[in-house]
Design a protein around this ligand. Structure first.
Ligand SMILES: Cc1cc2nc3c(=O)[nH]c(=O)nc-3n(C[C@H](O)[C@H](O)[C@H](O)COP(=O)(O)OP(=O)(O)OC[C@H]3O[C@@H](n4cnc5c(N)ncnc54)[C@H](O)[C@@H]3O)c2cc1C
Length: 405
């Protein structure tokens, strides 16, 4: 551990690790501080509860960081189709990889698998120190360089401090950056389930007035579910015994994949929309959940964070090559301008979807079913939507771009 770094990233989740790996080719000296050490997975281990639907753009970022192979070697679950429908009518929409001339729409991957593959790459890089397990005890933010004290008593300073420390970011708090916050008044109940019918490598989502229920396909034929429900309902669902939970789940999912035969451990995550009022300050940047959290209904939270990380890395590498300051507002502003618009658009689309589908006014219900079927039948609009979900639309950083899309 050095006493001074060009960049200190607090948080070695998916997003902080992506940033560090994307800075590998720069001359910058970087430290990543992460509190929790991850144990390597073994194929016999059960799937972790925290999984993410990873878009093609995020996959491309991982491939360019040489981490994709490490994920494939552990385990990733591809899906070729997506089927979304409304429980209150006949509205439905289908997306197929083949229609877009690609082999998969995306992959369901355990967050842990993504982290392990990125850590594997990061450990090979001579300009990056992986400080894990290390908890941060104190952060003193200052415009011309920040100071960090670890629980171990070690102290370090940096020119640029990056908060990749998740939704309750200490970095954000230390810099005095406010957040706009709106509770969805829902929790996402997650668990791994075995249904009597195979998922057919399709991501399924049924919109109920109380919230969407998604079945995401896993490689062993089971599904990882995210069942969004009001806070009280979610707590009740988690407390149900196994038999009653399976019964209620198969009903909520309209027996689309038959009976739910068995389930793993359950957990419920509060769903809150948060948006930092600023992503930057002199000598400081926020990325991923530290900057924004959104409803998981379109599976975009981690994908947005990965693009934040790739964009910030691009801005910093370019500034460094031109011998410009990496910590000045002039440099960091380029990152904020780039990502805030893209993230805001996605956040408001997700809130809009959530409100539209939880509304039980008969006129609106009819309209949304009509709208879903209309979009489903108009190929260019449908393709535009799915390309957005795959992360292929918008202003992508270089390492998220690929030939052949
Ligand atoms: C139910 C649910 C389903 C979801 N499904 C999807 C999906 O399908 N697709 C998708 O793209 N997104 C999904 N998301 C969102 C996604 O999980 C998050 O957006 C993503 O994990 C954020 O990554 P992050 O690295 O920014 O933050 P985190 O994953 O929160 O990582 C932060 C890291 O910082 C570390 N840390 C925090 N404080 C300190 C400290 N003081 N010192 C040292 N280390 C610290 C933590 O240990 C942690 O490792 C879902 C979210 C939920 C709740």
């Amino acid at each position: 551990m050095k006493s001074h770094y060009d960049v200190v990233v607090i948080g070695g989740g998916i997003v902080g690790l992506t940033l560090a790996c994307a800075l590998a080719k720069s001359r910058l000296q970087i430290a990543v501080i992460e509190a929790n050490e991850l144990a390597e997975i073994n194929k016999a281990d059960d799937y972790d509860l925290r999984v993410s639907a990873i878009s093609r753009a995020s996959q491309q970022v991982f491939a360019n960081l040489n981490a994709w192979q490490g994920m494939q070697l552990r385990r990733v679950s591809p899906y070729q189709k997506m089927h979304v429908w409304d429980a209150t009518g006949d509205g439905e929409i289908d997306f197929e990889a083949a229609d877009l001339g690609v082999d998969v729409l995306g992959h369901i991957i355990e967050n842990k698998v993504i982290q392990l593959a990125l850590i594997e790459q990061l450990k090979k890089l001579s300009n990056i120190d992986w400080l894990c397990p290390h908890s941060v005890n104190e952060i003193q933010y200052a415009e011309n360089g920040s100071f960090i004290k670890l629980e171990s008593g070690d102290e370090l300073s940096c020119d640029l401090l990056v908060g990749a420390d998740g939704a309750n970011s200490r970095v954000r708090e230390a810099a005095g950056i406010e957040i706009e916050k709106a509770a969805y008044h829902q929790k996402g109940v997650v668990c791994v389930v075995k249904s009597s019918k195979h998922h057919k490598e399709t991501a399924w989502q049924r919109f109920l007035p109380t919230g969407p229920v998604a079945f995401l396909p896993l490689g062993d034929g089971r599904c990882s579910i995210v069942w969004s429900a009001t806070d009280e309902e979610a707590d009740r669902l988690v407390a149900l015994d196994e038999e009653n939970f399976c019964g209620e789940l198969e009903q909520a999912f309209d027996y689309t994949l038959g009976r739910v035969e068995s389930i793993g451990a359950r957990a419920a995550f509060p769903l809150i929309r948060r948006h930092a009022q600023s992503y930057i300050k002199p000598g400081l940047a926020l990325i991923g959940d530290a900057a924004h959290t959104i409803h998981p209904l379109a599976g975009q939270g981690a994908n947005l964070g990965i693009l934040d990380a790739a964009s910030l890395a691009q801005v910093l590498v370019e500034a460094d090559l031109r011998k410009q300051s990496i910590s000045s507002v002039a440099t960091l502003r380029k990152f904020e301008r780039w990502r805030r618009g893209e993230n805001t658009l996605m956040m408001y689309s997700m809130s809009g979807f959530k409100n539209l589908f939880s509304n039980e006014q008969p006129g609106l219900m009819m309209l949304r079913n009509f709208g879903l079927n209309l979009v489903n039948s108009v190929t260019p609009v449908k393709h535009k939507l799915v390309r957005h979900a795959m992360g292929l639309e918008g202003d992508l950083p270089e390492i998220a771009k690929s030939i052949g899309w």
